[in-house]
Design a protein around this ligand. Sequence first.
Ligand code: ATP
Ligand code: MG
Length: 718
Amino acid sequence: MLELLENLNEAQKEAVITTEGYVRVVAGAGSGKTRAISYRFAYLVNALGILPGHILCVTFTNKSAAEMRQRIHLLTGDNDTGYINTFHGFCVSVLQEDSHAIQYPKSFLVLDNSDIDDILSIIYEERGLTLRDKTFSAARDMFETRKCVTEPKYYRDMLNMSIDALKEKYDSADNVDDILFYGYLYQEKKCFGLDYNDLINFTLHIFREHEDIKIKWQKRLEYIMIDEFQDIDALQYELMEVLSSYHKNLFIVGDPDQTIYTWRGASVGFLLNFDEHFRNVKTIYMNDNYRSTPQVIAACNSLIDKNVHRLKKELVSMNEGGDSVLCHLAPDTADEADWITGQMLVLKGMGVPYRDMAVLYRAHYVTRTIETGLIKEKIPYTIYSGVQFYGRMEIKDALCYLRMILYKDDVSFRRIVNVPKRNLGKRRMAFLEEYARNNNCSLYMALYENLEHETIKGTRAKEFIDIIERFSENYEDVPVSELLTKVLQDSRYEEMLRTEGAQDRLDNLAELKQSIFEYETTCGEETNLESYLRHIALFTNADSDVQGEDKVRLMTVHAAKGLEFPYVFLCGMNEGIFPSRKVHTLEGMEEERRLAFVAMTRAQKRLFISEAGGKTFEGIPRYPSRFIMDIDRELLEFTQEPDENMMAAVRKFIDNDSRHLKGASKLNLLELGTRVSHAILGEGTILSLNMDDETYSIKFDEMETPREISFKMRLTVV
Ligand code: ATP
Ligand code: MG
């Protein structure tokens, strides 16, 4: 047992052997928080003789739960690793054992987003609703708000009302929200389904209503440990409070600088105020970083230091010096991908296996060019927590529209004929299938020949046929990128995504258009729809082609939380991507910076940062991310000395942008005499600042007298 402690520093040892009471570890990235939890688990089992089944250890992702189980299995040699799970996973365990208390079967169904969407489709069809009434994602958000905030007792209806009574409530609902909400509850109950909100709510409900069950779990869980506590939300907090209140052994670890889920209701306050909420809390601090080289750590410190709302702390690397953080400002995305794969091949040549390399990014769509590069160089890779680019729903749909123009094949037809909805549901599809079978024709022909048939009348089938026919006539003379843009427009496919609020999917489509555009301009040969579709078919097949375990890993930064990799490639570090262009507040920007910090602190041996210049598909110039600019110049090695003029332009852009973040105005006001440009009033000079009414007094060149302009107005420094 003592050997076990030898692998820990003093603070960690203290965390491990302080087994009783409320203990909080506040510590930086890579300082061994998760290691402390694993060792503490082993210590409880091996040194104290606690049964693993009496320990609850909560991790943030399923992936980290699996890793933790493995670590603990190694340390204890025991196959029973107790409850090592996410909050949701743990609630599933409780419900599996005790769902009888709410008259649910053991075999209840856990519903994910796509299941919820399927349920929504049924309701929309039954009640004649369209996405104009409410998008699916807005409906899901509404459910979450009603379930977790405004009607936290909703489950009483679900539990106490019979299926028929719920149906009646649904039938008599008279506004969209109620129709959807009760329709959803009714459908949920019908299939004994529980969504993520229900898992925690139902578990808490059982604990509140059934003292015996609550006490059983409280007594069973003698020790509770929670990783990544900075991202806990109110319901999770309540759950762990209930569970720990019998033995009062609660051990939590967290890093305020890594809070990245406030957009989903998490609050770092639970970590920071833990000692006010519980009595006799022992707090342990750790800032020695065992993960990364001093070079990586220096860059990380330099970045996170730019957050205003933050307790100052500095990570100190315990490792020997390594290579500098290498930064590549690429002229375009293809070059960025080439650079990354080039570096990977060099590493591989030095004996580094591919599995030691990871590519991290802010948003999935960034992977498209990287994937292209990896495929070109035959570097095996695998994508975590996300579908590979060409396997994504919207990309497949878009390509199917193109295929319809050329091939009119049944596979493409089935995929898109009713996307967006054209009233061609199951029944009508069955009719078409039958007709096609009897007449030995394609589904497309079946539809074409039956537009006037009573089964098809009243649908929007004609619209669909018209589009495909129109495009089929003259596709040969039109560039494929233009074809795609038009067909997505005319078919209202993009409009559908917009109403759903599916910005990510729209981004992916923009990325697809960009890729086709590049294909057309760089391929060298004559390109047309046919050659493009043949070319792209190779890519779609390549998805499953990769075999063996030695693969580069690609994942979003959110998915990489808590993990580490010897070589990290942080790509797509552009303004508008990372930070995301959806960020409009200072708070939001600080969360983005913490996210960048999480990304950078994943690297053990070397960190590679890259971005791509040029223009986006919409013609907007791309700038390097402010997070690159945040890092002290001497801590970065650039592959090529950045052009000073370009850097000055970047700084100006970022300056202007950050001044317009909500919540930033007070911190970042313009000075007297600054020359500014106003979108409508033109250029002018700031004469004075009026702090009371929060305005600038500006003398515009084209106006006789000065104007009072709100601090909130977007002004560009000229
Ligand atoms: P994060 O904030 O990213 O979740 P963390 O604080 O949980 O990081 P760990 O993942 O536990 O950090 O540890 C980071 C790395 O440092 C791991 O590879 C771990 O094995 C190693 N490590 C932790 N503590 C020590 C130690 N005392 N001696 C040597 N290596 C250590
Ligand atoms: Mg950790």
